[in-house]
Design a protein around this ligand. Structure first.
Ligand code: ADP
Ligand code: MG
Length: 233
């Protein structure tokens, strides 16, 4: 699903910051990977690259076999909308929109008619156990419920990949478990799940853990093992 070939990220400035050192990485479709590292180690940088929110300074990123490293902003936005869902620590819900509206907004640029967007949002909220809170404003929801709305928003477009940046960082342990259970259900249905966390309990639930330290990812995949784009489905 995801292949990085010598992908690196440098932020401009004086001095420039090499936030991610060249990394080779392969994540299979349906995998559940945790990325663990201290603050400032490059976790969000890596997630932003994987999520097509930012472009690598070097290297090639193949997403489902397609080189997406040098695509235009417009193409990356289209691929992001079709393939990738995001869940952030701070939920990032619009406070003056209902739960259902927040979820439906994720489908705004898909060409799906409004009526169908709302129906899909209701279905997604049902899936995360919030069918009784469709019309609630985020301020009236608990932290756990807000994160479930955010998960509904991530899954409503039927993404191939869900990227999570500290998804349980603002939750108590009960709600954290409920959120992880939901994310793992998605993964069981075939969604590739990539979770950034500094919580060892969250990382342990993944099939595989990657460490990141000072922008270096380990264990890195050996470059010899890389397949060519043509071998991907
Ligand atoms: P983490 O998510 O692990 O805390 P980040 O990926 O956010 O780490 O940051 C990695 C490094 O890159 C840090 O040194 C950070 O200060 C720097 N950095 C992150 N974003 C930017 C940016 N937009 N411009 C300059 N430096 C940045
Ligand atoms: Mg971060």
């Amino acid at each position: 699903m995801v292949e990085l070939h010598q992908v690196a990220k440098t932020y401009p400035g004086t001095p420039v910051v090499q936030a991610l050192k060249p990394v080779n990485l392969r994540i299979e479709a349906g995998d559940h990977v945790a990325i663990v590292g201290p603050s400032g180690s490059g976790k969000s940088t890596l997630l932003n690259l994987l999520g097509l929110l930012d472009r690598p300074s070097e290297g090639h990123y193949l997403l489902a076999g397609r080189d997406v490293s040098a695509l235009s902003e417009r193409d990356r936005t289209a691929i992001r909308g079709r393939r990738i869902g995001f869940v952030f620590q701070q939920f990032h819900l619009l406070s003056h929109r209902t739960a259902a509206e927040n979820v439906a907004l994720a489908l705004l640029y898909t060409g799906i008619p409004a009526r169908h967007r709302i129906a899909a949002a209701h279905q997604a909220l049902e899936r995360v156990g919030l069918s009784h809170r469709l019309h609630a404003l985020p301020t009236t929801l608990s932290g756990g419920e807000r994160q479930r709305v955010a998960i509904a928003r991530a899954l409503v477009g039927a993404p191939d990949i869900v990227l999570c940046d500290e998804p349980t960082g603002n939750l108590d342990s009960h709600n954290a478990h409920a959120v992880l259970d939901l994310l793992e259900n998605l993964n069981s249905d075939g969604v590739t799940l990539i979770v950034i966390t500094h919580d060892p309990g969250v990382a342990e639930r993944a099939h595989r853990q990657l460490q990141i330290l000072d922008g270096a990812v380990s264990p890195a995949d050996v470059p010899e093992a890389r397949p060519t784009a043509g071998t991907l489905a």
